[in-house]
Write a protein that binds this ligand. Structure first.
Ligand code: TXE
Length: 478
């Protein structure tokens, strides 16, 4: 199947005859061909968005809220198709594609539909005047998304962006284009006004960078790697584009001796290995208080070795395939590096080729101990099914080790002493911390990180704030 771009309300062939072959991560078979759009296609998409912008931005919040709700309804009808396509395209277990990707994509449209419908104008009264703060649309935006949570992250950006009156050009990852295509079919079916949402497929260099650099783009919302994020930032900054960057992470799971043991083992395994460890929020550094280190380590190994690795379309699969052969090589590299750096592999690191899926990108989940917290494996984002264990005695020593990374996105603290949990959490340089849970998401809270994990926050009113321009109108009383 050859995918097409979606521009001005219709599916269009790209200008060039360049294609990327999209492979099934679990089987190595071809799923589809992905167009490599060039600057002409990008220009056409931006132009369509620009033409649609005046009318769309003049709709009321209520009218745009209705459109978001219609998209959510349509995606709900396509729920099973979303889950299956996302599982095939990413290699993730279908149970996860249902519970996280499909469910959350629909929730994103519903949540922002309700938020925008109820949006009120803030007023500030003076003795002799009234101030109104209104949130105006910005214009035409670029939404660039990665391969780990394709529709989940695309919907997370599209819903507030168009809900606040903007029009957009989306550029999904060339590794996982399928549910972006599904979303275009959905908006086409419900008759969303042409040009409000446009989509160009392609890679970073020939397509993504053209989008970011185009002077007719007013804002950029990017989720992806830190290296790419810095390239996007430098080209967007030159023309003062409004910019939101959700980048990489190297998050810590902190386990105190007074934690609820079994629940914590389950939580820490989920945090370390969900989506094969390919989520920017995954807890890949596990700090365990000395008293329970050996017991906790052994329970972790048992739990990880009992995970079912195999065909992502099987209902009982816990771990699927890695996104690409290149990414598998990256994880193997870090697995070897761990040993060079003096670590000991407690489990995993070996290929585990499920029967009939030998051409997929498979690796047994890895637990390493004995690494210095200054080692590369303990500080660099690996973004795969690999965690490093670290022992700690004193709280101040722990905080120093945990903060000793250029990232600052998320983390979790496991203790029955909530006072201590909060104290430790607030000492960590990140944007988000969970206590006695992980990836428990309230869509109203700010999402994002500090340091090399990005710039800005999305989520709830922070999304509405990013995807709008504030204007103050001050009216003098008679
Ligand atoms: O992401 P990229 P990749 C991390 C993870 C991973 C690394 C690279 O460590 O190994 O990033 O992953 C588009 N201008 N995360 O290569 O390159 C690209 O086509 C404009 C963490 O998948 O950042 C894709 O659509 N766009 C992350 C998107 O940017 C460009 C999730 C992301 O690609 C571009 C995924 C350019 N110059 C990976 N170059 C998270 N925070 O969740 C590429 N793109």
């Amino acid at each position: 199947m050859n995918l097409k771009n979606y521009i001005g309300g219709g599916f269009r062939q790209q200008t060039s005859n360049n294609w990327i072959t999209n492979l099934n991560p679990a089987t190595g078979e071809e799923i589809c061909k992905v167009p490599v759009s060039n600057s002409k296609d990008v220009h056409e998409a931006i132009n369509s968005a620009r033409i649609a912008y005046p009318k769309w931005s003049k709709l009321s919040h209520g009218e745009r809220s209705l459109w978001l709700s219609k998209i959510a309804d349509k995606l709900e009808e396509m729920f099973e198709e979303i889950a299956k396509i996302e599982s095939i395209d990413t290699g993730k277990p279908i149970s996860l594609a249902r519970s996280v990707d499909a469910s959350r994509s629909i929730a994103n449209f519903r949540f922002f539909s309700e938020m925008i419908r109820d949006l009120e104008i803030e007023e500030f009264e003076m003795e002799d005047a009234t101030n109104f703060v209104i949130q105006k649309s910005i214009g035409v935006g670029a939404l660039i998304t990665p391969w780990n949570l394709p529709l989940y992250l695309l919907s997370w950006k599209i819903a507030p962006a168009i809900g606040m009156g903007n029009t957009v050009v989306c550029k999904p990852s060339e590794l996982t284009p399928m549910t972006a295509d599904l979303l275009m079919r959905a908006i086409n079916d419900i008759g969303l006004p042409p040009g409000v949402i446009n989509l160009v497929h392609g890679n970073g260099i020939e397509t993504g960078s053209q989008l970011v650099e185009n002077p007719d783009i007013d804002f950029v919302s990017f989720t992806g790697g830190t290296v790419t994020g810095s390239k996007v930032a430098s080209s967007a900054a030159a023309s003062f584009k409004k910019l939101s960057l959700e980048l990489g992470g190297k998050n810590s799971s902190i386990i105190f001796a007074d934690c609820e043991f079994d629940k914590t083992v389950r939580g820490v395994v989920r945090s370390g290995f969900l989506n094969q460890g390919q989520i920017c929020l995954c807890g890949s550094r596990i700090f365990i208080e000395e008293e329970i280190y050996d017991d906790f380590k052994n329970s972790l190994i048992d739990a990880v070795e009992n995970m079912k690795i195999g065909n992502p379309l099987n209902e009982d699969t816990d771990l699927g395939a890695l996104i690409s052969r290149e990414h598998l090589r990256k994880i193997e590299y870090y697995s070897d590096l761990a040993i060079e750096e003096g670590g000991v592999l407690l489990t995993g690191g070996v290929p585990c080729l499920p029967k009939g899926l030998e051409k997929g990108n498979w690796i047994a989940p890895i637990i390493v101990e004995g690494l210095n917290h200054e080692s590369r494996c303990s500080k660099e984002e690996i973004f795969g099914p690999m965690v490093t264990l670290h022992k700690f005695r004193k709280e101040d020593e722990l905080i120093k080790m945990v903060n000793n990374t250029k990232y600052g996105l998320a983390g979790s603290v496991w203790t029955e002493d909530i006072e201590k949990g909060r104290r430790v959490a607030e000492s960590i340089e990140t944007g988000m911390i969970w206590i006695n849970t992980w990836l428990h998401r309230d869509l109203r809270v700010p999402f994002g990180g500090v340091k090399d994990s990005g710039i800005g926050r999305e989520g709830g009113k922070w999304s509405l704030g990013f995807f709008s321009e504030l204007m103050n109108v001050c009216i003098k009383h008679k």
